[in-house]
Design a protein around this ligand. Sequence first.
Ligand code: NAP
Length: 279
Amino acid sequence: MTDHPRIPLAGVIGHPIAHSRSPALHGFWLRRYGLKGHYIPIDIAPSDLPEMIRTLPRLGFVGLNVTIPHKESILHIADIVTDRAALIGAANTLIFRKDGKIHADNTDGSGFIANLRQNAPHWAPAAGPAVVFGAGGAARAVVAALIEVGVPEIRLMNRTRPRADAVRADFGAKVHVHDWVQAGHLIEDAATVVNTTSLGMTGKPDFTTPLDRLNPHALVTDLVYTPLKTQFLTQAEARGATVVDGLGMLLHQAAPGFERWFGLRPEVDEATRQAVLSA
Ligand code: NAP
């Protein structure tokens, strides 16, 4: 066992990884705070993951972000998995500890909430039900976070029903699974409405479900951030709802990892957004 080298290395692993905005984000923070360190994208094929994860700490890496397709499989490799990562079934942040153990956490849920608190400070999660579209990995993090901040009921819809049923089985009685065709009715009295599907993302089909019966007092947010203003958010805004885009979640979920690896909690502000948008 050796001490970490003086200049810490971190990065994001995925396959593919060239599209990731995380290097621009962490690079901006490193420069902003004048910290020594490097953050790089690393393409790792699934079959190479176990070996590479044990090799990177020996090269001086202090931790990693994890993205598709490794977010679930990394849980089988990590030595310590936080309760929330285990419940969600995915991790996005690794810390390579000095004792050689790999610690895996999931910060998507806290990033999701921090984004809403920052950009919609009057949001009252306990004020009414939340409607969540999607039941993938991101949805599980969002559901966990919404329950934690006191949402009384979560109305969950997913194209593939059994995946939504699994969320209900894992997260309990506050989660109610509905058929997508009921969406128009379910958003009428919702305090919070979230798209966690990839619908609306550049290159994917659009989110075409009408939101014309949306509660105008709802807080509506989309996890998709390319484009920043999705059709989902445009529809919600037209109904008078408060909307928050998904870029802030990406920024906030990154902050805990940066702090652990480089020793300073970074600020998420407009300059941070612009640095990522212009990269
Ligand atoms: P995932 O596990 O692959 O889940 C994808 C979800 O999208 C599933 O609910 C899936 O439904 C649904 N979906 C995909 N194509 C669909 C279609 N044509 N019609 C209806 N539903 C469809 O992915 P994920 O990790 O949860 O990520 C979901 C989205 O969130 C992605 O766009 C990702 O970029 C974004 N995200 C953003 C952040 C952020 O920081 N802003 C963080 C994490 C994720 P089925 O179950 O039926 O396939």
